[in-house]
Design a protein around this ligand. Structure first.
Ligand code: EPU
Length: 423
C-alpha cells in the first residue's frame, strides 16, 4: 500500500489554487442522470471518489468524456441499467445518490445498501422515507434497495434529522415528480445549494436551497447545459489549518471565504491573521504558536464535522487546552489514537475530546483510517519533529487533489512511497 513520508517542521509559505468541491461534484454527477441531453461540467476535482461515481455512471452506459482541465461531458441519453452494485457502493457511500435520479427519471432503481463505515453507522432511512412519501415502493432485498414508482408524486416531507445527501437525494427525486415537493428541516450546506443551482441551470424549478425549507416544482424533463462546480470549502479549511499548525503564511486562490465563516472565526481564535477577497483567503501566523480552541461540530452554518480532525491536530500542538465535541457522527475520533502515538495529549469522554497542547509532536509511523483523519495526520506530520510515515493513504486520494504537489509547492517536505517499496 502507498505511504506518505513527511519531514516535519517546515512552515508552509506560498500560494495555491483550491480545487472543485468533492461533495458538490458527486451529487452533481449523479444528478446528470436526470437529463437526457448532454451536460458540460467544469471544475471537477481529480479524486478517487469522482472516479468511482464516473465508473458507476459508465456501467449504466452513460457517455462520459473527461479532459485534463477538470472538465467533463456527461450524456445520460441512453441508459441501459438502473443498478448500482455492491462492489462500487461499498467503496463510496455517496453512490447512494443515484437512487433519487434513477427513480425520478426511470421509475426504477436497484442500489446496494452502503453498509458500515469507519465514522459511524450512517443509515439511509431518511432518504428512503422521503421517497416513500412521494409514492415509491421500496423494498430491501439481498442487501439492495429496490425502488419502483410509476411517477413520483410531490409531497411535504419533514426530515427527522438534518442529512446532506438525504436532502440531495430527495431534492433530485422531486425534480421530475408530478406536483410540488417541500422539504422541511433540509440540510443548508452550500453543496446542497450548488446542486440546486446546477439543476436549475438545466431547467429545474427549485427554490430555498441553502435554507432549511426547499421547494421543488416538478417538471416533465430536464435539458442540457453547462455548470461550474463550487470550490472545496473543506480543502480550503485543511490548507488554512496546515498553515496554522506550521506557523506559516499562505494565500489560497479560486476559493470562497463566505463558505467557511465558522472555520475562519475559529482559525482567528488560534491567533491567525486572516484577510479575504471575493475568491481568495490569506492567512499569516507571524511565526507564532497557535492557541487552543473549543469546537462543537454541527450542520452548516456551524463548524463542519469534516474539519474536526484537522483542528484536533492544531489543538495537539497549541498553547492551552481545547475541547472538541463531535455531534454529527458517533465514531469520528479514529485519528485521536494515532495523534497520541505522535505525542499528543488527548483524553476522550464519549463524543468529547479534551486536548492539552504540547509544544512538540514527534514523527511516527501512523495509519490513516478515513479521509479527514488522514488529513489530520498529514497536518500533525508537517508540525512534528522528524519523520512521519502515513500508511493507507488511499483514503486521502478520495478527497484531496494533488496533495503532495500542493504541499510541496508550499515548501513542505513530503513524498509518496509506492505500494511495494521497502523503506
Ligand atoms: N443519518 C441518518 N439517517 C439518514 C441519513 C443520515 O441517521 O438517512 C445520520 C448520519 O448517520 C449522521 C448524520 O445523520 O449521523 C448526518 O449525516 P449526513 O447524512 O448529513 O452525512 P452524509 O450526507 O452521508 C455528507 C458528506 C460527508 C459529511 C456529512 C456531514 C457527501 C458526499 N458527504 O455525508 O462528507 O461529513 O455530509 O456534513 O456529501 C467527507 O467529505 O469526508 C465526508 C464524510
Amino acid at each position: 500500500m502507498e505511504k506518505l513520508i513527511i519531514q516535519g517542521q517546515n512552515p508552509l509559505n506560498g500560494e495555491i489554487k483550491i480545487s472543485g468541491a468533492k461533495n458538490a461534484a458527486l451529487p452533481i454527477l449523479a444528478a446528470s442522470l436526470l437529463s437526457n441531453a448532454p451536460i458540460q461540467i467544469s471544475n471537477i476535482p481529480h479524486l478517487q471518489d469522482v472516479t468511482t461515481i464516473v465508473s458507476l455512471l459508465g456501467q449504466m452506459s452513460v457517455r462520459i468524456t473527461l479532459d485534463e482541465r477538470s472538465n467533463i461531458e456527461v450524456d445520460a441519453g441512453r441508459l441501459d441499467s438502473f443498478h448500482a452494485p455492491y462492489e462500487l457502493v461499498r467503496t463510496m457511500r455517496a453512490s447512494v445518490l443515484v437512487l433519487g435520479p434513477l427513480l425520478s427519471r426511470f421509475g426504477e432503481a436497484e442500489v446496494s445498501l452502503p453498509g458500515g463505515c469507519a465514522i459511524g453507522t450512517r443509515p439511509v432511512d431518511q432518504h428512503l422515507k422521503g421517497m416513500q412519501a412521494m409514492g415509491a415502493d421500496i423494498r430491501i432485498e439481498n442487501g439492495y434497495i429496490r425502488a419502483k414508482a410509476k411517477r413520483l408524486q410531490g409531497a411535504t416531507i419533514v426530515m427527522d434529522i438534518v442529512t446532506v445527501t438525504g436532502t440531495e437525494n430527495i431534492m433530485m427525486a422531486a425534480v421530475l415528480a408530478k406536483g410540488q415537493t417541500i422539504i422541511h428541516n433540509a440540510a443548508r450546506e452550500p453543496e446542497v445549494e450548488d446542486l440546486a443551482n446546477f439543476l436549475n441551470a438545466l431547467g429545474a424549478k427549485i427554490s430555498g436551497a441553502g435554507t432549511s425549507t426547499i421547494t421543488i416544482d416538478g417538471i416533465d424533463e430536464l435539458g442540457g447545459g453547462r455548470y461550474h462546480v463550487m470550490p472545496d470549502r473543506i480543502e480550503t479549511g485543511t490548507y488554512l489549518a496546515a498553515t496554522v499548525i506550521t506557523r506559516g503564511k499562505i494565500k489560497l486562490k479560486n476559493t470562497r471565504p463566505d463558505l467557511l465563516e465558522s472555520v475562519l472565526l475559529k482559525l482567528e481564535e488560534t491567533g491567525a491573521l486572516i484577510d479575504t477577497g471575493t475568491d481568495w483567503i490569506s492567512l499569516d501566523m507571524k511565526g507564532n504558536r497557535p492557541r487552543a480552541v473549543n469546537i462543537s461540530t454541527a450542520p452548516y452554518p456551524a463548524f463542519p464535522t469534516d474539519m474536526q480532525a484537522q483542528m484536533m491536530a492544531v489543538n495537539a500542538v497549541a498553547e492551552g487546552t481545547g475541547v472538541i465535541t463531535e455531534t454529527v457522527f458517533e465514531n469520528r475520533f479514529m485519528h485521536v489514537q494515532e495523534l497520541q502515538r505522535m505525542g499528543a495529549s488527548i483524553a476522550l469522554k464519549g463524543n468529547t475530546a479534551i486536548c492539552s497542547g504540547t509544544d512538540k509532536l514527534h514523527g511516527a509511523p501512523v495509519m490513516a483510517t478515513d479521509l479527514r483523519a488522514s488529513a489530520s495526520l498529514v497536518l500533525a506530520g508537517l508540525a512534528a519533529q522528524g519523520e512521519t510515515t502515513i500508511d493507507r493513504i488511499y483514503h486521502i486520494d478520495r478527497g484531496y487533489e494533488c496533495i503532495e504537489e500542493k504541499l510541496t509547492q508550499l515548501g513542505a517536505r513530503i513524498h509518496r512511497l509506492p505500494s511495494d517499496t521497502k523503506e
